[in-house]
Design a protein around this ligand. Structure first.
Ligand code: TYD
Ligand code: MG
Length: 452
């Protein structure tokens, strides 16, 4: 078989015929990996292309079976997938080692097996280990088949024999194609094996869940290479040392990518957290400076989270800024606004900002609570314990309107807060719930003056 060599960028997935120190497409240095592609692959693609060339249909005439989606038995997972898993789709579940990928997939088996035959390909654990885990998780369904093998051709043959409706591959980094010279987990192996699984999913209408470990930089080996091939990419986030796990869709061909699922790791596996706000605020310190409760939207759900700030005198020349759970650049920008528009001298102080519970906030409505927490830390004065805040902050210090203010207010009320501070610009969009004292603020200085 004729073999061809190409170079694939680990950062953006761009392919070039020639090696170079810098990727032409994304500009990353030293990111090209040599990949061997077999000529056979091209052939099979040609034949499938010709097979399919007859399938010219008007979109209005395409038959969609009624049961496009199926329930995974976990509401939080269904939500992230856009209302259940889609038949014949390939879902990549990524996350750091030990975050709970194998656990969640084994757990959903008990529900999936009620209606379908499930094949679990275990490349990392022996069947005995898997059984021990299943016992602990109390999943022992009749219809679950386990295969411990890593050669993709054997896996294909087994799939042929078992003909499952659902397949779980744990993990993509352990399986390999024997006619490729590179080691399992390398870009070329991961690519080829995913391609094979994709054909399986589409050709036989099997739903395939693939586990992918993420490396230190937060990428699944050959990151974008994999992401653009599969239908959906779900990432598990959260601190491994803390019990909360957040499942987020990074890509979804069959739904939105806004929704998150919240889980807690307990002794019997992952438990769904139906009331994430309450969970994230549990044990919150009150009457201490440097903390403020934010209300952010995650998809269609408002979630309350605590933002903490610590301000200390700089020991060396330049002041340090550190943020976890919030975008670093956004935090730096906000601190500059606080200095310029509210008169807080931040130049000689280190600032540390953290979102409690491992939540990663991407929404700008966390601007106001972030700066309230910082201002509170600077003044060494606690904010009222029963207040929550939301609002975007502009460069002139103005507080800008945010989306879904009513949903946020309702959630704040539901969790027992008595007061809320929000953008004046949203004044006409809300009816204030009974028993909630709402302050509409126009700018940062006004908000700080009223509370601190
Ligand atoms: P696992 O699903 O094996 O991680 P991954 O497949 O993503 O690498 O999760 C392993 C972690 O979860 C491990 O640190 C132990 C913890 N865990 C529990 O706390 N309770 C449980 O019931 C199980 C099965 C695992
Ligand atoms: Mg695992």
């Amino acid at each position: 078989m004729k073999q061809k060599t190409i170079f694939v960028c680990n950062e953006c997935g761009n392919e070039t015929p020639k090696w170079s120190g810098k990727c032409f497409s994304c500009g990353a240095w030293n990111s090209l990996t040599e990949v061997t592609v077999s000529a056979k692959k091209a052939q099979t693609r040609e034949t499938t292309a010709s097979d399919r060339s007859g399938a010219l249909t008007k979109i209005t005439e395409i038959d969609v079976c009624d049961e496009l989606r199926f329930d995974t038995g976990m509401e939080e997972l269904n939500r992230v997938l856009g209302g259940g898993a889609v038949h014949g789709s390939l879902v990549l579940v990524g996350g750091e080692p030990g975050i709970g990928k194998s656990t969640i997939l084994l757990q959903i088996c008990s529900e999936l097996c009620k209606a379908s035959k499930v094949l679990y390909i275990s490349g990392e654990e022996s069947p005995r280990q898997l059984k021990l885990r299943a016992d602990r998780l109390e999943v022992n369904p009749e219809n679950l088949y386990v295969y411990a093998g890593t050669d993709i051709d054997d896996i294909m043959a087994t799939t042929e024999r078992v003909s499952p409706q659902i397949m779980i591959v744990d993990s993509i980094q352990t399986i390999f194609k024997s006619d490729l010279p590179s080691t399992p987990g390398s870009v070329s192996q991961v690519r080829e094996c995913t391609m094979a699984l994709m054909e399986l999913a589409k050709g036989k209408n099997i739903t395939v869940f693939v586990v992918g470990h993420v490396n230190k930089d937060g990428y699944i080996a050959g990151p974008k290479v994999l992401e653009h091939m599969v239908d959906s990419v779900l990432y598990f986030e959260g601190d491994r040392n803390m019990s909360y796990r957040i499942l987020r869709a990074a890509k979804n061909r069959f739904g939105s990518t806004n929704e998150i699922g919240v889980f807690e790791m307990c002794d019997k596996g992952l438990r769904e957290v139906k009331n994430p706000s309450a969970a994230l605020l549990e044990g919150r310190p009150t009457e201490v400076p440097g903390t403020c409760v934010a209300c952010v939207m995650e998809g269609t759900r408002p979630i309350l989270a605590e933002i903490q700030a610590l301000i200390t005198t700089t020991a060396y020349g330049t002041a340090r800024r550190m943020s976890s759970g919030l975008d670093y650049n956004r935090s730096a920008l906000l601190l500059a606004v606080l200095e310029k528009r509210a008169g807080f001298k931040m130049g000689n102080y280190d600032a540390y900002i953290n979102v409690v519970g491992g939540l990663k906030i991407e929404e700008t409505s966390s601007d106001l609570p972030t700066l309230l927490a910082v201002a509170s830390a600077c003044k060494d004065k606690a904010l009222p314990a029963d207040i929550a805040a939301f609002g975007e902050i502009g460069l002139t210090g103005e507080i800008r309107s945010v989306s879904s203010p009513q949903l946020r207010l309702n959630e704040i009320k539901r969790l027992g807060f008595k007061r809320c501070i929000m953008p004046k610009q949203n004044y006409n969009d809300v009816t204030v719930p009974d028993g909630l004292d709402v302050m509409f603020a126009r700018n940062l200085a006004e908000a700080i003056a009223a509370l601190l």
